[in-house]
Design a protein around this ligand. Structure first.
Ligand SMILES: [Fe+2]
Ligand SMILES: [Fe+2]
Length: 189
């Protein structure tokens, strides 16, 4: 049987809009990988796969997560938007046999970030915000920052995210706070 590419697999699992987003994130991740010295193929793979389960029904995502033995914490239980990063990281291992832990973690933490993120994890986190097609207040600043410092870009995105979550009265996942603190405390210069 001919092996299908990740792009073909992803194409069948989501609508046009999200597929285009996935392609754009992959391209953006490759560009950042080139700029910051990460493996471009890994960046492409993590980028094209990052939202792979986003359009799966919520119940199916929960099943994927639970069957893998993962127990959602309080914040995650109340935030279905976070589920696709967890279910996606499981799905690429179980259904697509992705064994590269860095790629798995880049998908796993693309929504919240976490402390001690690898270069690839940061690239996917940022590429999701700076990819072509993204339009939000501040996207140009975010793109500009991403070209000079991934850490500065991440701080900018957390400022934006924390403000939004707190103004809407939504809980902030500890991983996001740990990611923010880690970057702020360890930033050079
Ligand atoms: Fe996502
Ligand atoms: Fe995304």
């Amino acid at each position: 049987m001919e092996q299908r590419s990740y792009s073909e697999i992803v194409r069948d699992l989501m609508g046009d809009y999200r597929y285009e987003h996935s392609v754009n994130v992959a391209a953006e991740a490759v560009e950042l990988a080139r700029l910051y010295g990460e493996n471009e193929e890994k960046a492409y793979t993590a980028g094209i796969l990052h939202d792979i389960t986003k359009e799966f029904p919520k119940e199916e995502q929960l099943r994927i997560i639970t069957d893998f033995g993962i127990i959602l914490d309080d914040v995650q239980q109340k935030a279905p938007k976070l589920w696709h990063s967890i279910s996606g990281s499981v799905y690429i291992q179980t259904a697509l046999d992705v064994t590269d832990g860095d790629i798995v973690n880049a998908v796993r933490y693309h929504t919240t970030g976490r402390a001690n993120m690898s270069l690839l994890e940061k690239i996917i986190y940022i590429a999701d915000y700076t990819a072509q097609g993204r339009t939000y207040n501040g996207v140009e600043i975010m793109r500009e920052k991403s070209r000079s410092s991934l850490e500065d870009a991440m701080i900018f995105s957390f400022q934006f995210t924390f403000q939004k979550l707190s103004s809407e009265g939504i809980a902030i996942h500890p991983d996001e706070l740990f990611a923010y603190n880690d970057i702020v405390l360890n930033k050079r210069g």
